[in-house]
Design a protein around this ligand. Structure first.
Ligand code: ADP
Ligand code: ZN
Length: 526
């Protein structure tokens, strides 16, 4: 940091005390504020509630310039403006629900250059007269809240968000600060492309919830596994997530039979009954909610002590969000996720059969693969999870099943080399199905059409079944030896680490249970 920005940062800290009454920065806030004060373009990724707003509010106050905050959430604008004004900061909002008096005052403050923070809905920003007005006022920084709304493939896509980049250009490229809680790499890439002209400095912070114990186990006897898990949490409140309404009813019955106060919860229940059950969960101790994902949104119960998944969640983001409902009070909380091949196939089918575009389906598959990779990685769960969200370099956590129980592994260098060389010899242009056909020596139409039955790698991997190869491919992904290019038919491309493995400069370790579990299964069927 330069001397000037160090000074600015210490002034930002003063503002944090004096204006907002907080004792210190939250993790990550100081770094982001420092970068903003240095004038850099920034993309900041932090979970909801981590304190993203402060990252643009403090610099706006310290530098005494105008920051335009683009936000789709009118309620949020209203709260923040009220809070800022109560603290003596000149702030205002322009959106469809602002009072005329308030708007007049905001516009007057804007003209006199007194206004520090202007919250604006993207629809309003799209209007030429708004843009002219802001060009006259002079904008120092554009803060884009909920920046993932720019992503066409996300659930919150806002077409008007696409215009923010062009708007910034008209204003002569002021500083841009984008904030989001959606950390997924595909979304981040889209934000970078659509919003920034200069490469932004990226910060990812606050995804670790160290008090939550993580365990992910293959499904053997799910009722038994879950009852054992609940047994170790008698008298505590928790949630068991299920993939269907029927499953919630069945498991709730089974748990009740085992002496737990268990309630099923799903969207098929009468609204009155749903809210009654929700109240029981919130108000009584030791209730087990056996629920579909319909349960949990906006439910703020700090002392949820455990979360279990009776089957694999929909994606790695959903997993993180759902286990994140445990231990909000910061005290130890426990989670257990069960998964089986059938779950993975069910989730795949749900994606395939959805109304989404091909492009979006590819991205959804990638998000599912991220979760499968997490389930199968031979490394600390938390390290894998955090690195998915972009927080690298965290140490092994000591609070996940892999860290605690250890795991049996084998040297996977040779199978990995075979898979990687299948990718290379097909010019890294093909997806998993084709690559596995090449490895197992299957003469599909596509294999023949491309002449891949003539390759040296053709049929070099018959020691594994197709199902086992799929497990190995997931292990390759989990180990970071290759990436799947979602934008191009899910083709597999080697990473630098993958190249090193192929050249024999590096070895790689796979989980034995994951690959072998499937051998057994096949053996039984045959
Ligand atoms: P986000 O936008 O990341 O979801 P907010 O910016 O709304 O989160 O902040 C969540 C809450 O945390 C707000 O009530 C905010 O005032 C508070 N907060 C932010 N920074 C700090 C801090 N350094 N110390 C204490 N509380 C903070
Ligand atoms: Zn761990």
């Amino acid at each position: 940091l330069s001397v000037a920005s160090r000074l600015d940062l210490s002034r930002a800290r003063d503002v944090l005390h004096e204006v907002f009454g907080y004792t210190d920065f939250r993790p990550g806030q100081d770094e982001i504020v420092a970068a903003v004060l240095e004038g850099r373009d920034v993309l900041a990724v932090m979970p909801t509630g981590a304190g993203k707003s402060m990252c643009y509010q403090l610099p706006a106050i310290v530098r005494e310039n105008l920051t335009v905050v683009v936000s789709p959430l009118i309620a949020l604008m209203r709260n923040q403006v009220a809070q800022l004004r109560a603290n003596g900061v000149a702030a205002g909002a322009l959106n469809s629900s602002a009072e005329p008096d308030e708007v007049r005052e905001t516009l007057a403050d804007l003209r006199t250059g007194r206004l520090r923070l202007l919250y604006i809905a993207p629809e309003r920003l799209a209007r030429p007269e708004t843009q002219d007005m802001l060009a006259r006022a002079g904008v120092g920084t554009i803060a884009v809240d909920e920046a993932h709304c720019i992503s066409q493939w996300g659930h919150d896509f806002r077409p008007e968000y696409r215009d923010i980049g062009a708007f910034a250009e008209r204003l002569g490229q002021p500083q841009i600060l984008a904030l989001t809680a959606t950390a997924d790499e595909a979304t981040r890439e889209e934000i970078r492309e659509r919003l920034f002209v200069r490469q932004p400095t990226v910060f990812v912070h606050g995804f670790d919830r160290p008090n939550i114990r993580i365990a992910i186990r293959p499904k053997a006897n799910p009722k038994r596994q879950l009852t054992d898990f609940l047994d170790s949490h008698r008298g505590e409140s928790g949630v068991v997530y299920c993939s269907s309404r029927k499953q919630t009813e069945e498991l709730a019955d089974a748990f009740s039979g085992a002496g737990f106060h268990a309630l099923a919860y799903h969207a098929g229940l009468e609204a009155a009954e749903r809210s009654r059950r929700q109240d029981v969960f919130l108000q009584e101790d030791g209730v087990v909610m056996v629920a579909t994902v319909a349960f949990g949104m906006g439910i703020d119960k700090p002392d949820v002590r455990f979360v279990a998944h009776a089957s694999l969640p929909k994606s790695i983001e959903a997993y993180y969000q759902e286990i994140g409902r445990a231990g909000r009070d910061g005290l130890p909380a426990d989670t257990l996720t069960l998964y089986g091949t059938d779950d993975i196939l069910l989730r795949r089918r749900q994606i395939d059969e959805s109304e989404a575009s091909e492009e979006q389906k590819r991205i959804e598959r990638q998000r599912l693969n991220g979760l499968v990779a997490l389930a199968e990685a031979p490394r600390c769960r938390r390290q894998v999870l955090l690195s998915y969200f972009g927080e690298d370099k965290s140490p092994a956590c000591g609070n996940c099943d892999v860290c605690v129980d250890g795991i049996e592994t084998f040297d996977g260098t040779i199978p990995a080399q075979k898979a990687l060389s299948a990718m290379v010899r097909t010019d890294q242009r093909f997806g998993e199905v084709h690559l596995i056909a090449v490895l197992t020596g299957e003469t599909t139409d596509q294999v023949v059409r491309f002449g891949h039955d003539k390759l040296k790698t053709f049929g070099c991997g018959t020691e594994f079944t197709k199902v086992q190869w799929r497990a190995i491919f997931r292990q390759i992904l989990a180990a970071g030896l290759a990436d799947v290019d979602m934008a191009n038919h899910g083709r597999w491309i080697l990473t630098e680490d993958g190249v090193a493995v192929m050249k024999g400069q590096r070895s790689v370790t796979f989980r034995r249970d994951v690959v072998e579990a499937r051998t057994e299964k096949r053996g039984r069927r045959a």
